[in-house]
Ligand binder design. Structure first.
Ligand code: FRU
Length: 490
């Protein structure tokens, strides 16, 4: 059964892929081959290649019974798409193969994921429960385990939910495997459980690492837990957050809980909680560690509340650029993976020029680029960069030095859905100089301010012929602008 279902969806996927217009795909971001994609899953290095799986419903441009799609890369940038690896349908995942992660176990690539079981009750109503399951494979084909499910909610502290128990993130330390998984405490809000195992099949509950206590949203989805510098970070994606100034936006968000960890006692002590990304489209990040010791994070670059890709695309869903994480003076710093630099071509640079009023610069245009700016605040009341601009459309990034904010605004990007279109973040400008690195890839902008201290990622689906970049300066600005095209051939 497992095999036939997979064959059917693989055949559909490879047929449909042919009809996708490559002009409508991002150049250097992982994107769904066809249909719908959400969370990154199983982001891992296996046999010297980076594997990225994803929540996948190839049959429509909206969420449906979850499969696992698959791609891989040697450098985080050039993705090769492989056939879908899991389809739902076993008794332990009949409603979907939800998010999870991957680890190598004795030479095999093991996927640990959430199986969602839907049952019909006697009164005709339906009930779902979530359990953790495994599959193993060789980097191309995977077989779900006969012993599934491997973890059920019975192992959780009394009162925990069996309905919301999902998104295991697994890793190995020495001879022991660990995983963190999201669940709900009896107070209804999220908690993150830690498990350990000797063989990745039999798991023992260790502790609740931290919990929401109804403070940061409700259910905490897609947890990750790792050491960075001299701290431990617990990353989680809470549902139903409330807005808190510029610190947290409403809806689904991503938080970084920083703290200290006593490994023997499994005791995590929270020190501070911050947002990870301030843009409109960033959710469910997952990290891996490379052989050279870098912690790399990738996230779904979309919001649950805004499915805005044009219907004619035939696909919806892409990932952020993978980012290197660092901890500097207690702050989380995100930078695009250094592998991207090899794809930078055709440098255009204007050094220390003065900009005022509305201006564009020769050679600074296009929809796929790595754009770097250093803007001196002296005599400046605001600095706007209009991207994907023409007479009909524009998307605007605005620095307000008085407020110390950067705002992203896609209201005039051609939007026809009434969803949130602008968002602001704090941005420091040490010595009055704001540094911005903006990655554009046709339908997305990732803005790294102040060396990656504050980041915002957003999508906009403006027609591709809008490719001007226009600066609009209130006052005067002394600016250095450096632009590279990004070309897929490294
Ligand atoms: C997060 C999430 C996960 C779940 C998956 C289902 O975006 O809701 O919690 O496993 O998506 O597709």
């Amino acid at each position: 059964m497992q095999k036939t279902r997979l064959e059917t969806v693989r055949a559909y996927e490879s047929r449909q892929k042919e009809s996708m217009n490559p002009e409508w795909k991002p150049i250097y971001h992982a994107a769904v081959p066809v249909g719908w994609m959400n969370d990154p899953n199983g982001f891992s290095v296996y046999q010297d290649e980076v594997h990225l799986f994803f929540q996948y419903y190839p049959y429509d441009m909206s969420w449906g019974p979850m499969h696992w799609g698959h791609c891989k890369s040697k450098d985080f940038i050039d993705w090769e798409y492989l056939p879908v690896v899991m389809a739902p349908g076993e008794p332990y995942d009949n409603f979907g193969c939800f998010s999870g992660s991957a680890v190598e176990v004795e030479g095999e690539h093991v996927l640990i994921y959430t199986g969602v079981i839907e049952e019909e009750l006697e009164d005709g109503s339906k009930r779902t429960t979530q359990v953790q399951c495994g599959a193993s494979g060789d980097g191309l084909n995977y077989t779900k385990w006969d012993c599934n499910p491997i973890i059920t909610a019975d192992s959780l502290p009394a009162g925990s939910s069996a309905v919301d128990f999902r998104d295991p993130k697994v890793w190995r330390e020495g001879d022991t495997y660990y995983l963190v998984v999201g669940s709900r405490h009896s107070d209804g809000s999220g908690q993150i459980a830690l498990y350990q195992s000797e063989d990745a099949k039999k798991w023992e509950f260790c502790t609740i690492l931290d919990r929401c206590k109804n403070e940061y949203g409700k259910m905490w989805e897609c947890p990750d837990f790792f050491r960075l510098g001299d701290r431990h970070l617990l990353i989680a994606s809470p549902q139903d957050m409330r807005e808190e100034g510029l610190k947290f936006h409403k809806g689904n968000g991503v938080i970084c809980v920083m703290g200290s960890y006593e490994k023997e006692a499994h005791k995590f002590t929270r020190e501070k909680v911050t947002a990870v990304d301030y843009g409109l489209d960033f959710y469910a990040p997952q990290t891996l560690e490379t052989a050279d010791g870098r912690r790399i994070m990738i996230a779904w670059m979309q919001s649950w509340d805004a499915n805005i890709a044009p219907k004619e695309f035939g696909w919806v869903g892409m990932m952020t650029v993978p980012r290197e994480l660092e901890l500097v003076e207690g702050e989380l710093i995100q930078k695009p993976v250094r592998e991207l630099d090899r794809y930078r071509k055709n440098r255009v640079c204007y050094e220390n020029i003065e900009l005022s009023g509305t201006q564009s610069l020769e050679g600074i245009c296009g929809r796929v680029m790595d754009l770097n700016l250093e803007i001196q605040e002296e005599g400046l009341s605001s600095f706007c960069i209009h991207i994907a601009h023409n007479t009909e459309y524009t998307t605007t990034i605005t620095w307000n030095p008085q407020e110390q904010t950067v705002e992203f605004d896609r209201n005039s990007s051609g939007m026809v859905r009434d969803v949130v279109c602008s968002r602001k973040m704090k941005a420091d400008a040490p010595d009055g100089c704001l540094k911005l690195r903006i990655l554009l890839d046709r339908f997305s902008a990732e803005i790294f301010a102040d060396g990656g201290r504050h980041v915002m990622s957003s999508t906009f689906y403006t027609p591709l012929d809008a490719e001007e970049i226009v600066f609009e300066v209130q006052g005067k600005a002394n600016v250095t602008v450096e632009k590279y095209d990004i070309e897929r051939q490294a």
